[in-house]
Design a protein. Structure first.
Length: 540
């Protein structure tokens, strides 16, 4: 078993490529086989070394290793050119002078056969000479191509004398200006597989109609044991565009901050967002491999990262929209150490110290002047428990005289209700997270929503205007005055936490010095788990 992952270096990898990576490397690993990394770099006008480097980084981050088997289609350019000559000599290829539009017109349609090119019957000698002149740069771009001579009446349009080589003056990121003709993907790809001894060419369903051409190419240049092409359904994810071309447009138009923008479905974007390689591999395993196209709900991907982080991420307290609380009967100047567990799902992660003082911050949403019936948080005359601390009661409120905005909440606390040693027997329904105003660290928090508005299955949009019309204007909310507990002062970039009652967050690379920046990875709400629970209820 010898597979390969063959990306074109014309953009960053996305979650759909992650599925292919897991499949190709995973199949080889489970069968004690090998998997190559090969860049199909046959279109220098769209390729860049930046993409080559990012692809290697993404594959390694996902947990896979190609060892010393990294290849490029450009490694085989000389050999591919010789294969082109070989096809000419055997009467199975010819140089055609039709331009791109004329080739399309001669090709025919699904219901009508194509017409032979007027240059189809050139002699072998003439074709070899013209092909050599193409390589030597004697013809302008687009004036001649090398085509396979197969069958212009074939029901499969891919077999109607497909183009094998075109003239393209573009500097290649590896070969420079050595070549001015480049092989087409459908020619270079199967032959690269055959040269490397690939046994199974695993690709997505859109290449199923290309399989006859794949087999024709490798067989007609003399490979007796051609690779076996097998197709599977590509990943379609709801509320997500899975097209490198359209993702590039989002970057170039400035709709996102770059290929690694946390709203992007790129592997680098998911990594910056805080997704773990384990969660992505788990997601790819859960969706499996199928032959029919379908759309996977993005909630499943979110469920996988929640499950992974639930046992890994330490719990901390962070207040995203601070409201000052003053505990009037707490001693002034006193600072008390309280104990909190880092992760109840993983006791081995130990405990940490929390600093409690007279002035605190709670969430603005955790207080209401006139609460509805089932509001169990703080309100005038009501009691709540502060997580890992005490029960407090709201006694009075300071509001802005002009706007009515709540500025401060004054409370009292019951010293007999200290968490962990409370023998008072008192019960309250609400428990709030908090941070000490005296020790809190200010941070910027970025809340991400879906990049596209549709809730259901999101097929790739057609034109650019349609793409832009579907963008979610609320896909990013930046909160610049958040308060986090002092244990996060030395938080490293990439470190992941669960902000209690808020969700999972990661320290963004934009953090510098004393300025902490957090990205929300995913909220605590698990839509996928709720869907599964409903399914169980129906079955029962």
């Amino acid at each position: 078993m010898h597979t390969r992952f063959p990306p074109e270096p014309n953009g960053y990898l996305h979650i759909g490529h992650a599925k292919s990576i897991c499949l190709n490397f995973g199949i080889a690993r489970s069968n004690n086989g090998l998997c190559n990394l090969r860049f199909d770099d046959t279109n220098p006008s769209k390729e860049d070394l930046e993409y080559v480097e990012s692809i290697q980084e993404d594959i390694r981050w996902l947990g896979f290793d190609w060892e010393d088997r990294i290849y490029y289609a450009s490694d085989y350019f000389e050999q591919l050119y010789e294969f082109g000559q070989q096809l000419i000599k055997s009467g199975k290829a010819y140089v055609c002078d039709l331009n791109a539009q004329e080739i399309r017109e001669y090709r025919g349609t699904l219901t009508e056969p194509g017409k032979d090119s007027p240059y189809r019957n050139r002699t072998r000698e003439e074709n070899l000479e013209l092909f050599a002149k193409m390589r030597a740069g004697e013809f302008p771009d687009g004036t001649r191509v090398l085509r396979a001579k197969i069958d212009m009446s074939s029901p499969n349009l891919n077999m109607r004398d497909p183009v094998l080589y075109r003239i393209l003056r573009a500097s290649h990121h590896r070969t420079g200006d050595k070549w001015c003709i480049y092989p087409m993907y459908d020619f270079a790809h199967p032959l690269s597989d055959a040269i490397e001894g690939i046994t199974h060419s695993i690709c997505t369903l859109e290449f199923e109609d290309h399989r006859p051409l794949y087999d024709w190419v490798v067989e007609n240049v003399g490979f007796k044991s051609p690779p076996k092409q097998m197709e599977f359904a590509r990943l379609n994810l709801s509320r997500t565009v899975m097209s490198k071309r359209k993702l590039r447009e989002l970057v170039e138009k400035g709709h996102v901050g770059g290929w690694d923008d946390p709203r992007m479905p790129t592997v680098s974007g998911l990594r910056r967002r805080g997704y773990t390689p384990e969660s992505i591999r788990d997601f790819c395993e859960r969706i499996g491999v199928a032959r029919s196209n379908s759309v996977v709900d993005i909630s499943l991907l979110e469920h996988c990262v929640r499950e992974d982080l639930n046992k890994k991420a330490p719990r901390v307290m962070a207040v995203l929209k601070p409201l000052r609380v003053i505990i009037d009967n707490y001693p002034k100047g006193l600072e008390e150490e309280l104990v909190a567990e880092n992760n109840p799902e993983n006791p081995e992660m130990g405990e940490r110290k929390l600093l409690f003082s007279r002035e605190l911050f709670i969430e603005q949403d955790d207080f209401m002047l006139e609460p509805p019936k089932k509001f169990f948080r703080l309100a005038p005359g009501r009691e709540v428990r502060l997580k890992n601390a005490y029960i407090i009661k709201c006694e009075s409120v300071v509001t802005d005289e002009k706007t009515g905005e709540v500025l401060e909440v004054h409370c009292t606390y019951d010293p007999q209700t200290k968490s962990g040693c409370d023998n008072s027997g008192r019960k309250v329904k609400g428990t709030l997270h908090w941070v000490s105003a005296q020790n809190a660290i200010q941070a910027e928090v970025r809340l991400y929503d879906y990049l596209f508005l549709e809730e259901g299955a999101a097929e790739e949009p057609g034109g650019q205007n349609e793409l832009e019309s579907r963008l979610n204007p609320q896909s990013l909310t930046v909160l610049g005055n958040c308060m986090v507990e002092p244990s996060l002062k030395e938080a490293e970039k990439g470190k992941k936490y669960q902000f209690m009652r808020q969700g999972y967050f990661v320290v963004d690379p934009d953090s510098k010095g004393d300025v902490l920046v957090f990205n929300r990875i995913v909220s605590l709400r698990d839509t996928w788990a709720k869907v599964k629970d409903k399914d169980k209820e129906k079955k029962n």
